[in-house]
Design a protein around this ligand. Structure first.
Ligand code: ADP
Ligand code: MG
Length: 352
């Protein structure tokens, strides 16, 4: 009889399925772990009477998360830090420290690494964090950057993904989908350049879209605004994988459904116009795109008055009960089911 070793492709489970699969049976032994796997950060009791510590980590892989054909190295360093501090803000916290680990292939020079670190230091300045350590090694192919960020959050203000309740309002900062459109623009030009190396890239003066893709910011200002307005989000997550994925996380963790309204979703006119021009559904830009690093959060209805005049916060819907599903009312009045798609680096058609 043939002895078959079972093989399951990772694509079958997907990113979140794999994480669940690998971690589902692991319970924290240490009573200081307040929140383990499953949120934007782990939350730890350190004996500080007023604050918890929050910890998050993220890895960026060349060819998957960034393409050096069009990503300036300094921007790459900046963005790598932003992606991490964004997860600290998503807990309503303040970032303090980062460690940076890099695996470098032989094609990188000292000068190239200096550029990446220039960007990292710039982000450290901007977000008030200190680089306190890391690790350096070589890689056979490509560059890997893994950053861990550590911060703190007031115990009474920590915002988990799990705290939302039916009828609470769903809010989002800034606008969505621009980073995705910036990427489409860069990819289009890369393709044209490959086929016609003599043609100059035409980025159509799309500064906003390109900046959103190449040099995003984390929403430190939003956390400060919420503090000022004395609003504590009941739940929060950062938008790194696309709205459909993030609202699904909030709903699952909070055991809720959600009702969104297409007409309320903030989309920049540049994003909208470029999507139409490139024949891309603007809804899919914000639903399935990613890397906006905006904050998606829920608030109690009583806090509505405090935020309703804020032009940088959009109220895009409300939480419902889980039996009502996760839905969006289209501009045409149709109820559409939202399915988490988001960014999945294990999709079969993704370059490995
Ligand atoms: P985010 O998009 O906010 O960075 P992720 O979707 O990457 O969060 O991760 C979701 C949760 O799963 C987080 O709590 C993260 O720490 C955890 N996680 C991700 N990958 C692993 C892994 N390989 N082992 C253990 N936990 C993981
Ligand atoms: Mg996150």
């Amino acid at each position: 009889m043939e002895n078959k070793i079972p093989t399951t492709s990772i694509a079958q489970l997907g990113e979140f399925g794999l994480i669940d699969h690998l971690t589902a049976n692991f319970a924290a032994k240490n009573p200081n772990v307040i929140q383990s796997i499953g949120d934007d950060c782990a939350v730890l009791e350190t004996g500080n009477p007023t604050h918890y510590q929050v910890v998050t980590t993220d890895i960026l892989t060349e060819g998957i998360h960034f393409d050096l054909t069009y990503t300036p190295l300094k921007h790459l360093g900046y963005k790598a830090v932003v992606a991490n501090v964004s997860d600290i803000y998503a807990m309503n916290g303040t970032p303090q420290y980062i460690t940076v680990s890099v695996a470098i292939s032989s094609k990188y020079t000292v000068e190239a690494m200096e550029e990446i670190y220039k960007g990292m230091y710039l982000a450290c300045e901007r977000y008030g964090v200190d680089l306190i350590g890391g690790d350096t090694t070589s890689s056979l192919k490509g560059l890997y950057i893994s950053i861990t960020a550590i911060g703190s959050v007031e115990k009474t203000k920590v915002a988990y993904r799990s705290g939302a309740k039916a009828n609470q309002l769903i809010c989002v900062s800034g606008d969505l989908g621009a980073a995705f459109m910036g990427l489409q623009l860069l990819e289009r030009e890369k393709q044209i350049f490959r086929e016609h190396p003599n043609v100059q890239p035409d980025l159509e003066n799309q500064h906003y879209l390109l900046a959103r893709q190449l040099k995003p910011e984390a929403r430190k200002d939003l956390i400060e605004l919420l503090q000022l307005k004395e609003v504590v989000p009941t739940a929060m997550i950062d938008v790194s994988d696309g709205l459909s994925s993030e609202i699904t996380h909030l709903c699952k963790k909070s055991n809720c459904g959600a009702q969104l309204y297409e007409e309320k979703i903030p989309i920049h006119s540049d994003t909208y116009e470029m999507a139409v021009k490139m024949n891309i559904d603007p809804v899919s830009c914000y639903m399935n795109g990613g890397e906006d690093y905006e904050l998606l959060f829920t608030i109690d209805q009583k806090d509505y008055e405090k935020l309703k005049e804020e032009s940088d916060i959009s109220i895009i819907g409300h939480m419902t009960t889980p039996d009502q599903g996760i839905r969006m009312m289209s501009k045409g009045g149709q109820l559409i089911d939202i399915r988490a798609k988001g960014w999945n680096s294990f999709e079969p058609n993704n370059p490995e």
